[in-house]
Ligand binder design. Structure first.
Ligand code: MEV
Length: 435
């Protein structure tokens, strides 16, 4: 195997290389055609997008939709979502419409601390590493002050720095833990830069073999970057769902209890919440993998994986809440670079990071309310079917007339790909292998 470095090739050359080497000859023209269809025609935008990552060969497009009818902290929102899964946007909108007339969502940022560590091993006494740390600490703070000058102007910056003895986990293991307020930016780059600078200072001040710096990195476990959201109403006002309000509330509570106690359900429960939050994170150019990692790790903060939502039915009030870590930014990074992310933020009326966290939490709660409501009443498939059948019909190139016939035929019925193929071959009066 010959080693290749395609980084220095142009995008066109890289694409040619991939097609020549990895696409079977009969499909090469087709692949070129499709990739060309997805090409961004505007050179400036294309060049911005190409440079986000390395080795770009094409663009990959996903639908950009909006979920409507959200009232969050008494303000009306239309929430941009980028996602491939059918029904997610409709579910969020339906849920928002339901709560719109019941006071809407009340969201609040509880804390916004980001955290990072220098992970190190020290082979002397604990007292020694403590004095080394005390001796170096002020220099680290001064250096970080300079790096985070702009952040400080926005009331952000380093909030704390401490040495933590982690020898109960691994012999000789210590951490220097720093916490930050990164204002309206996600702040990952800044935190990592500060940590690496601090590590350099440690090395320059204590260049001895008894201290070994292993790595410097922010943590995606963010138990102190929390936002809450809540919807509530009297149980008797849970009308408009196919069940009697009290039966609905009772089944809803049992669904939450199952998730509280059963990891198989809890993970899917939380996945549904993240369907919405991830879609908003992608639309606004935020790091949805960081949000996912934080959410799932927070779900098992008590060593037992739990749902991120809770329900209380006290005093006949249905009070549904979410508590979730969401680290995001509204300035810097992709949020400022990607023209579509900028538009997504504009649709949201340019929120600051607190407001975007509050919107995201409300969206996650709406998504979970919609999922559980469907699961305990009609089942989840009913809502999925309409778009699912449409996707299948598009895949098999059905004409508009055929789409109408088949959609009517399968309305509200369980469907499978093969059933649709069979029906289409009957309509066209041809063998299904020839479709
Ligand atoms: C599907 O993407 C998400 C759901 O499975 C979530 C849930 O079950 O709560 C519908």
């Amino acid at each position: 195997m010959k080693k290749i470095n395609i980084q220095n090739l142009s995008k066109q050359e890289r694409l040619k290389w991939v097609i020549d080497n990895y696409i079977a000859a009969p499909n090469q023209e087709h692949v070129k055609k499709i990739i060309n269809l997805y090409e961004i025609k505007n050179a400036d935008i294309s060049s911005i997008q190409e440079q986000f990552i390395e080795n770009t060969i094409a663009n990959f497009s996903l639908p950009f939709a909006v979920a409507t009818n959200f009232v969050i902290n008494d303000k009306n929102y239309c929430i941009p979502m980028v996602i491939e899964e059918s029904s997610v946007v409709a579910a969020a909108s339906n849920s928002a419409k339901f709560w719109m007339h019941r006071g809407g969502f009340k969201s609040k940022v509880i804390s916004k601390e980001k955290i990072g560590h220098i992970h190190l091993f020290y082979y002397g006494s604990t007292d020694n590493i403590k004095s080394i740390f005390e001796y170096i600490k002020e220099d680290i703070i001064k250096a970080i002050d300079i790096i985070s000058h702009n952040m400080k102007k926005r009331n952000g910056g380093l909030r704390s720095i401490k040495l933590i003895n982690k020898e109960q986990l691994i012999a000789n293991y210590y951490q220097i833990e720093m916490t930050f307020d990164t204002a309206d930016s996600m702040g990952a780059n800044l935190i990592n830069t500060c940590l690496e600078e601090a590590a350099k200072i440690i090395k320059s001040k204590h260049d001895k073999d008894d201290l070994q710096i292993i790595m410097c990195i922010l943590s995606n476990y963010n138990p102190n970057c929390i936002v809450k959201s809540e919807v509530s109403c009297e149980i008797k006002d849970l009308k408009g769902i196919t069940l009697d309000p009290f039966k609905f509330a009772d089944k809803f509570k049992k669904a939450i209890d199952i998730a509280e106690n059963e990891i198989y359900r809890a993970v899917t429960h939380n996945k549904g919440i993240l369907n919405g939050i991830d879609a908003l994170m992608i639309a606004t150019g935020n790091d949805f993998r960081a949000v996912e990692a934080a959410a799932h790790s927070y779900a098992c903060r008590d060593k037992h994986y739990k749902p991120l939502t809770k329900l209380s039915l006290e005093d006949d009030i249905f009070s549904f809440q979410i508590e979730i870590p969401i680290c995001l930014g509204t300035v810097g990074g992709l949020t400022s670079l990607h023209p579509m992310a900028k538009i997504a933020l504009e649709i949201l009326q340019n929120p600051n990071s607190d407001t975007l966290m509050e919107i995201a939490a409300a969206l996650g709660l709406a998504q979970n309310f919609a999922a559980i409501s469907s699961l305990i009443t009609t089942g989840i498939q009913k809502g999925h079917m309409k778009l699912h059948i449409n996707n299948i019909l598009n895949k098999i190139n059905a004409s508009e007339k055929e789409k109408k016939i088949l959609s009517d035929m399968f309305r509200n019925k369980p469907i499978s790909y093969s059933q649709i193929i069979n029906k289409l071959s009957e309509i066209r009066n041809i063998n299904k292998e020839n479709l």
